[in-house]
Design a protein around this ligand. Structure first.
Ligand code: EPU
Length: 428
């Protein structure tokens, strides 16, 4: 396993480009199953999660050719199963459920189970698909789904769910009649998926609002044009937060200020200056970090996927901040690791009280999930001395060319094998 070694204390300065969004790429790759043919996707980020999804499609019988434009051939589906060995690596594999049911009338998907950030059930995905006529049986750790004919329905989600909305929307595009999805998630990644489906001939209105209307089509076709995945707002937000925490000055080219609005608002409240430029977003900080309270909410609220990074920033603030995590029940695992770097954070239920410290000190830390790892990297960049972030594979799931981008901004970071002393690793 690899670790990231960071010698902190340098302000990050410079310009980098945003990568394509992980959480838009995964449903879009799954959506290629809806129409036989060759699909083309550009700006697909090179991440462990996107390769896992391409492997899953390969297992289903849909090979892909990776390059600046990724080509996925979904002419034939020879296997309608997402097996446990792939699903356990990536929960988002559940996104093939809706498309496989729509394409094959039958699907077998391993249940994702809980993960480090919470229980994460999928009953909303199943309820929505049931409303369209699917029947499910749970057996041997698998969801076995069947449908003779998908029929449009008026369905209201009990809970706002991002991948749940995507799964049901993908099945509804091939249903007979109209589907109305109420209390749908409004994340920009859902709008990107709707755009991709539109390019295949689907008729969807209202994506990005709580009510999505889908007029089902008898068939879709692969678009001749390549679909460019939208820029990753969480990756962009993480680099802007890196500028804030190190007292640096970073521009993220391609970052979308609208999608990032709740993140930019919180960064501004911490005393970070934000400049919206025609080609991206710039963040810089010259004064102290100011304390502020943060509440995670579904979009357009502050994203849970930026909570850990902002906690790292607030651990160096002038004053006390309160963070409430309202989306996942167990997403404060990074707090104990930040504590190892000298942060002062108290957790009570879904609330973290962060008392700012004047400085952090480097230490060896270990993360349990992707965004927790990102928060430890940010803290390490600001800390005095050397920080080693173990289990780097979490970061490889969601941050494309992380060391290269951080290096371009002047960070002193490198990857090494875990268990290898820093000096020996550097000498290689
Ligand atoms: N939930 C249920 N039942 C369901 C579905 C969801 O109770 O059937 C609950 C979840 O347990 C959670 C809440 O509803 O408490 C919201 O979960 P949601 O379904 O929206 O999350 P998700 O679709 O599984 C996506 C992202 C996550 C991101 C969340 C919230 C993808 C592939 N994943 O997950 O991204 O945190 O939405 O915005 O889009 C990440 O990138 O690090 C990441 C975890």
């Amino acid at each position: 396993m690899d670790k990231l070694v960071i010698r902190g204390g340098r302000p990050l300065r410079g310009t980098i480009a945003a990568s394509g969004a992980k959480n838009a790429s995964l449903p879009i790759l799954a959506a290629t199953l809806l129409a036989p043919g060759e699909h083309k996707v550009s700006r697909l980020p090179d991440l462990m999660d996107t390769s896992s999804m391409l492997s899953l499609l390969g297992r289903i019988g849909c090979p892909s050719l990776v390059g600046p434009t990724v080509r996925i051939d979904t002419s034939r589906v020879s296997f309608n199963e997402a097996p446990y060995d792939l699903v356990r690596k990536m929960r988002a594999s559940i996104l093939v459920l809706g498309p496989l049911l729509a394409r094959c009338g039958e699907a077998h998907v391993s249940l994702p189970g809980g993960c480090a950030i919470g229980v994460r059930p999928i009953e909303q995905h199943l309820k929505g698909l049931e409303a369209l006529g699917c029947v499910f049986e749970l057996d041997g750790g698998y969801v076995h789904g069947r449908v003779d004919r998908l029929r449009g329905a008026d369905f209201r989600f009990d809970i706002t769910t991002v991948t749940g909305t995507e799964n049901v929307m993908m099945a509804a595009v091939l249903a007979e009649g109209t589907t109305i999805l109420r209390n749908a998630a409004c994340e920009p990644e859902i709008v990107d998926l709707a755009g991709f489906l539109g390019g295949m001939g689907a008729r969807i209105t209202g994506a990005g609002t709580p009510t999505i209307v889908i007029d089902g089509m008898p068939a879709l076709r692969a678009s001749r044009k390549a679909w460019a995945i939208l820029p990753d707002r969480i990756e962009s937000g993480t680099y802007l937060a890196a500028a804030a925490i190190t007292g640096g000055d970073v521009t993220v080219l391609g970052a979308d200020p609208d999608d990032l609005a709740p993140v930019l608002e919180v960064l501004r409240r911490t005393g970070t200056e934000i400049e919206l430029r025609p080609d991206g977003v710039r963040a810089f900080r010259t004064g102290p970090i100011l304390a502020t309270d943060v509440d995670t909410q579904p979009h357009p609220g502050f994203p849970t996927d930026m909570q850990a990074q902002v906690m790292a920033l607030l651990s160096l603030a002038d004053g006390t901040s309160v963070i409430r995590e309202n989306i996942f029940e167990n997403r404060f695992m990074h707090a104990a690791e930040l504590h190892r770097l000298g942060a002062r954070i108290e957790i009570a239920g879904n609330t973290a009280t962060v008392t700012g410290s004047p400085s952090l000190r480097g230490a060896t830390v270990m993360a349990t999930d992707l965004r927790a790892s990102a928060s430890l990297v940010l803290a390490g960049l600001a800390a005095h001395g050397t920080t080693e972030v173990l289990r780097l594979y979490h970061l490889d799931r969601g941050y494309e060319r992380l060391e290269e981008k951080l290096g371009a901004l002047g960070a002193d970071v490198f990857r090494a094998a875990e268990g290898r002393p820093v000096e020996a690793a550097r000498a290689v």
